[in-house]
Design a protein around this ligand. Structure first.
Ligand SMILES: [Zn+2]
Length: 83
């Protein structure tokens, strides 16, 4: 086997190994990344909720530390929206 043939073989073997690894680990990889992004999102939301709860809405002054999740929707409701 010459060098070029060896490298071709090596590449092919590695390619197959990577493919196999990805297939067998795809589920755990997906779960892991999902869990990580979920944690980051939760932290970001927690941070935003704290920040919004302390500062309040810049538009109307809406401020409610006990219901921070309403902050993002209190301007979206069409019945109360006025521009
Ligand atoms: Zn507002």
């Amino acid at each position: 086997m010459d060098k070029l043939e060896y490298y071709k073989q090596y590449y092919q073997n590695n390619k197959d190994k990577r493919k196999e690894y990805n297939m067998t680990h795809a589920e755990s990889i997906a779960k892991g990344s999902k869990k990580r992004s979920r944690n980051n999102r939760d932290k970001l939301i927690e941070y935003l909720n704290k920040w919004k709860g302390n500062k309040g809405c810049e538009v109307c002054g809406y401020k409610d530390n006990t219901k921070p999740w309403r902050f993002d929707t209190h301007h979206i409701d069409p019945s109360t929206k006025n521009g």
